[in-house]
Structure formats: C-alpha cells, structure tokens
Design a protein around this ligand. Structure first.
Ligand SMILES: [Zn+2]
Length: 441
C-alpha cells in the first residue's frame, strides 16, 4: 500500500522539480538600455544585461551578439539601468512594531530602489532575523548587513538608545552593545560580537586611541570589518584612520580633528566649532590625504544634519550643514571614497513620526546633496550609493556594480540620471537577485 501510494507522488515531485528547473534555466535579457555601472565609468548606451538566476551573466553592446536562446527579453529602449542602491547608514530596529510591519517596510525600501542597507547599530537579535529573511528573499526587501556596537562604559550609563536595544541585559553587557575598557578580554568580546552575525564592530564613543587601535586589530584578525564614528571622544578621526577603520561616519565630526581639545565624552559630538575651524584646516587636509592613501571610506550622512539644522538647531553646532558639505567636497577632491548614508530608517517620516511607506527612500536625497553641494557629478553620486556603498558594507566582490558575476540587483529608470540626479527617483522597476519587482504588484 505504502509503496503503491508513493509512486505517483514521487512522479509529481519530479515533474514539479523539472518545471522549476526549466523556469530558472531561462535567462532574462535586458536589452538596449543605457547602463551606468556603479564604478564611476561613463554611461554605456544600447547595452544588454543577461541575468541567469540571481547573477549577472554577461554585459555587452546590444548589437554585438544575439540574445541567448530561450531568454525572456525585456526591451529597455529609452531606459537607464543603475545598480541597486545601498543606504550605507540606517537604523531600523526601533521603527516598526511587529514583523508584518517590517515586511511592508522592507518592501517599500526595495520598491524605492534600495537593494542593500547597512544598519549601524540596533538590536542584533531582530537584525539577525530580518537579515536572514531579506537576504534569502523570503521577505521582499534589501539585503541587510549590520554591526555589533562597542563603546566606553560611560556611554552605556547615559545613552537610552543603547539601553533599549539591549533590554534584558545590564547596560554594556550585551554582545552587540558592549562596554569596553582596558580590562576587557578583547578576543572574547570580539568573538561574541561576531557571533551575533554582524559584519563589523562599530566603535562608537568614549574610548581612547590606544583602545580603539587594539579593538580594530582584533576585529580585523577575526575577519570583522571596523566601522567607527569619525570622532570617538577622545580618539580623533586621525586615530580611527590610523587604527585601520574601514569606514568612518559623519562628515561633521571631522571638525574635531582640528579642535584644540577633544573631550572624552561623545555628548558634544554635533557641537563642533563650525564657525572658526575651516574645513581646509591643515590637520583636516592631512587627514583626508591619509584616508585617500588607506582607502578609508567617509560615510558622509549629509541629509540628516541638514534636517537637524533645520528642525532642531538647538541640538547641533551653528553652521553644521554647510560645513559638512564643504568638507565632503574637499574629501572628494582629495580622492577620498564617499558613500551615501541617511542615518534614519531609510524612509522619510510621516506626520506621526513613522516611516512613510509611500515615500521614496532618503538615499535619493543624499545623492542629490552630493551633486548639489559637494561637487559630485551624477555618475559619481550614483557610484557613492552603489559601488562605494557595497565597499562600505564589505560586499564589493558581489554587489554594487553591474558586471558579469555580480548579483543581479538593478534599478531601471525612466529618465536619464546623468542629466539630472533627481531622475534616480523615476523608477520603472527594480531587480533584486534576478527577480523583477514593480510598484503595485
Ligand atoms: Zn547612525
């Protein structure tokens, strides 16, 4: 009886398997598109991108060879293709009340062109789950990479966000919200950070240069990236760069490099002297040259400080927005790699302070600021939000650029972004891991 029953079942199973295999065996050819590949290279007109499964198989001039046999062809005449956008600085773990809302939130980011996000501190228990779901495409959303945060113990006594993100553990004792001192067993603390599934440690606040150096060395030794605040208090930007930080966050905090005194408490971080310290002060220029030399990425986060200066001027130093633009422009001129990060949920807030799922992701605004205030060409701004974003996430070998062998994460635009950077918002459809997503479907 049992063997008799199982026979038709296994035939059906085989049939289903064959159908699935033939569907995934049929490549997708995006033909006659203008391609901006995320490396900073000029736009390539009339180009075909062949996608096989989750991967870009080939990129070539459309007339140079026939479309692959059996390919599904999407004629993209008059369309522009850029890599999927990467918001290199978000915090998503306190923005939605439950998983159903997170699914809608992540989908809104993806439909807005964002195929990758770097979460720069939150509750790693939730981040680990969301990353698992989104990175495997079980949820429709961007790929997610995140940090385990480390800071001096005084930070955890005063910072409510850090306490909330590790509720149930005493402040500074969670493996993703860790207080570090000269007595800390660094190899163990870093191993526990790695155990959260984090890609990097984020060195945040209230730590001296010698400890920053030891933490960065141990993290790199264990295969983790090192992402820091530009000024860690009292460790300065040049201390972070000398320690080997892979990225440093917030252009505004570079001001402390030329400050006469850097306090040992991060509370003053946004209150630098933007009036008297010039962005081109010799110590800052020397720092930018060192960053260029070492390939340290500047995570500029311009939009968030512009917003603060506009809506909460009491929280930030006078002149912070213009100073940030100026130093970012100078960094760009000195060859420093700059990513595009928004330091929020990734979406603008609605009137109730929740992520506005109908709005476009803020990384589009961050790119526009790079063009309008920091001397970037549109192609350079797109590179910041794609190729360099992928470097910042530690994912440059598989994401962020359009080339054979890379993941098929793309945004197809209805208007030319090289003429007007705001055209990155004119999204026809998004491709993530080879699957096409359109708004309203
Ligand atoms: Zn942040």
């Amino acid at each position: 009886m049992k063997t008799h029953d199982s026979k038709p079942l296994s035939c059906l199973g085989l049939l289903l398997f064959a159908l699935a295999a033939s569907a995934s065996a049929s490549p997708l050819a995006l033909t006659h598109a203008s391609v901006i590949d995320g490396t900073g290279a000029p736009s390539r007109p009339d180009t075909t991108i062949v996608i096989d499964g989750k991967t870009i198989q080939a990129v070539y001039p459309s007339d140079s060879q026939p479309n692959p046999k059996d390919a599904r062809v999407e004629d993209l005449r008059g369309r522009y293709v850029i890599p999927g956008l990467i918001d290199a600085h978000v915090h998503i773990t306190d923005v939605e009340p439950d998983i159903a809302h997170y699914q809608a939130f992540l989908k809104a980011l993806l439909l807005g062109g964002v195929t990758g996000i770097r979460d720069m501190a939150g509750d790693d228990r939730l981040l680990g789950y969301l990353a698992q779901q989104s990175n495997s495409d079980a949820f429709v959303g961007p790929d997610l990479f995140y940090v385990a945060l480390m800071a001096g113990s005084t930070f955890f006594d005063e910072d409510k966000r850090a306490q909330a993100a590790a509720a149930e553990a005493p402040p500074g004792f969670a493996s993703w919200m860790r207080a570090v001192s000269a007595q800390t067993d660094l190899p163990l603390a870093i191993a526990e950070a790695k155990g959260t599934g984090a890609t990097a440690i984020k060195i945040y606040a209230n730590l001296p240069a010698n400890l920053v150096r030891a933490m960065a060395a141990e993290a790199h030794h264990q295969g983790l990236r090192v992402w820091t605040h530009a000024t860690i208090f009292p460790a300065k930007p040049s201390d972070a760069v000398a320690a080997g930080a892979d990225t440093i966050s917030h252009s505004a905090y570079l001001v402390w490099e030329a400050a006469p005194l850097v306090p040992d408490d991060y509370g003053v971080r946004a209150r630098g002297d933007f009036v008297h310290i010039r962005p081109d002060a010799p110590r800052i220029v020397a720092l930018l040259d060192a960053m260029h030399q070492q390939g340290t990425i500047l995570d500029a986060t311009l939009n968030v400080f512009r917003d603060e200066a506009q809506h909460h001027p009491e929280k930030v130093g006078v002149g912070i927005a213009l100073w940030s633009y100026a130093v970012t422009k100078l960094a760009h001129e000195h060859g420093v790699l700059i990513d595009a990060g928004t330091d929020g949920s990734g979406l603008p807030d609605d009137t109730d302070g929740n992520p506005d799922l109908d709005a476009l992701p803020e990384v589009h605004a961050e790119m526009a600021l790079l063009v309008e205030h920091c001397g970037f060409t549109p192609i350079e701004a797109i590179r910041a939000a794609t190729g360099i974003g992928a470097m910042a996430m530690g994912q440059a070998t598989t994401r962020g650029t359009i080339a054979a062998g890379m993941r098929a994460d793309l945004v197809v635009l209805a208007a030319d972004p090289t003429i007007d950077i705001h055209n990155t918002t004119k999204i026809a459809f998004v491709v993530k891991d080879g699957t096409m997503y359109r708004r309203g479907r």
